[in-house]
Ligand binder design. Structure first.
Ligand SMILES: [Zn+2]
Length: 141
């Protein structure tokens, strides 16, 4: 199980709601991911970062990262960092692939069935756990 690194608590109008806290923690997890992505891009492209236009992410189905929450988090981070208001986030979801050493090939996992097309079970996940920056676009001069 992946640890989100979120340990903040949220109190709304003096009421402590488990449901609200759970939602906010989930969201904070995504917000910290978005902040990390932006910090990474700032470090990688210091000359061009002002012209940031599009960020393309790839997230595996098993990565515990949800595209809609990433979009919401991105909007929230832009409120804090308006210099990136002209940029957008695009999230592509990657299916889970397992590797079968009997066939020496990868097979897509459907319905959480970790079995190769040859019938052999495999827990050797080669795709589906990752979250990565796939491509970044900057505005032309
Ligand atoms: Zn196989």
């Amino acid at each position: 199980m992946k640890k989100s690194g979120c340990n903040q608590h949220l109190f709304i109008d003096g009421y402590y709601s488990k449901k609200l806290v759970a939602l906010s923690l989930k969201c904070m997890h995504e917000i910290s991911l978005v902040r990390n992505i932006i910090r990474t891009l700032e470090e990688t492209f210091p000359e061009k970062i002002e012209k940031l236009s599009r960020i393309y992410l790839q997230v595996g189905i098993l990565s515990n990262v949800q595209p809609i929450l990433m979009q919401n988090a991105f909007e929230a981070v832009l409120l804090d960092e308006p210099r990136y208001n002209n940029s957008s986030l695009h999230v592509e979801v990657l299916p889970v692939l397992i590797y079968c050493d009997a066939c020496d090939k990868d097979t897509e996992v459907l319905n959480y069935t970790f079995v190769c097309t040859c019938g052999k079970p495999s827990k050797n996940i080669v795709q589906g756990l990752e979250m990565m920056i796939n491509k970044v676009e900057f505005e032309e001069q």
